[in-house]
Design a binder for this molecule. Structure first.
Ligand code: OGA
Ligand code: NI
Length: 343
């Protein structure tokens, strides 16, 4: 149960939403126009939707069917691929955001399988570990789940391409060479998540996901037509719904772009409200850099008048600290970029 100040107002409100950007260059031959639209959206909202993004539309349909196929299984089947202290990939039904349980179940997998990363957050400890995906084996509806797995992998490949395209446009919008960010993702720790938000008998008390910011560089989300994702508007702090828009994908700036850009672009708080009637599916992909990347404000974007606002941090160690706190349910808050802020 959310404390009173964090509960959702479930009245539908008509309000100016996040920008919708057409990524096809056919409507304009001027890439500068597109780059400035992206820059404005990152600056004013930290969130936008894109159409004509190049991801095959039937794949957007298929990935939602894949998610439904997975979550429709009996709990005993889903538990066979449950995440644990050793493997954080797989199924999980009791995630907490800011110490309140989310009204959802998830299935997580890496887009590069296996992935190597530091085993511990301690800086002096250089032990590495391997993370690999867990996929359902020999389930009753074997063929459907094989389909689900293949669709997940195909979707990850397509979204990776779009992720690079967006990172290039964002780099250009900051006045950087288009490939400025690409090298950070060579051994990326990126992951995908299938989200299922079941109908909730008391949607005014719970949230599908409590308010949070994404810790990666960039997030791309496919959602169905139910709605529920809300963004905290930068200008006045009002929670603005992200209107489900057919064929569109939702993009948001994560904490790492906030650091790289020295806060020219900010990672914005968002949450998911639930409803008592319809289940909802959403599929985010979180773009995370390689474990050895030291995340810090880019040299080209800082100067005497605009000194770096963050100390460098190692992304692999940061990630390891996040994992550990996921299991220990520590009383203290998760590690955050604000821990590296120079005041
Ligand atoms: C998330 C998230 C939004 C959604 O998983 O980090 O913000 O629409 N999801 O499910
Ligand atoms: Ni999020």
């Amino acid at each position: 149960i959310q404390s009173i100040e964090h509960r959702a107002n479930l009245d539908t409100i008509e309000i100016e939403g996040i920008p919708l950007i057409d990524l096809s260059l056919s409507h304009t031959t001027d890439i500068n126009l597109l780059v400035s639209e992206i820059g404005n959206a990152c600056n004013n909202w930290g969130f936008f939707q894109v159409i004509n993004h190049g991801v095959p539309l039937e794949l957007l349909e298929k990935i939602k069917v894949a998610a439904k196929t997975f979550f429709d299984q009996p709990m005993e089947e889903k538990r066979k691929v449950k995440r644990d202290e050793v493997n954080p990939m797989g199924y999980y039904e009791s995630e907490h955001t800011k110490n309140v349980r989310d009204w959802k179940e998830v299935f997580d997998f890496l887009i590069k399988d296996p992935t190597f990363l530091p085993a511990s957050p301690e800086l002096e400890d250089d032990e590495m570990r391997t993370l690999s995906n867990q996929w359902p084996e020999n389930p009753p509806q074997f063929s459907l789940l094989m389909f689900a797995r293949e669709v997940c992998q195909e979707y990850a490949r397509e979204l990776e391409k779009l992720g690079y395209k967006l990172l290039e446009l964002i780099a250009l919008s900051l006045g950087l060479p288009s490939n400025r960010f690409n090298g950070y993702f060579e051994d990326q720790l990126s992951r995908m998540r299938l989200n299922h938000y079941p109908p909730c008998p008391c949607p005014e008390l719970a949230l599908g996901v409590g308010r949070h910011k994404d810790a990666g560089a960039l997030t791309i989300v496919t959602q169905d037509d139910v709605g529920g994702l809300q963004v905290k508007r930068k200008s006045d702090g009002v929670w603005v719904p992200v209107k489900p828009t057919s064929n569109a994908l939702v993009i948001n700036v994560g904490d790492i772009i906030q650091v790289w850009s020295n806060e020219a672009y900010e990672s914005v708080e968002h949450r998911v409200v639930v409803n008592s009637e319809r289940e909802r599916f959403s599929i985010p992909i979180f773009f995370f850099p390689s474990h050895y990347v030291m995340v810090k404000p880019l040299e080209e974007l800082v100067n005497e008048g605009n000194p770096p606002k963050y100390k460098p941090y190692n992304f692999g160690k940061f990630n390891a600290a996040r994992y550990r706190s996921n299991f220990k349910k520590l009383e203290v808050q998760n590690i955050q970029i604000s821990d590296f802020k120079i005041i």
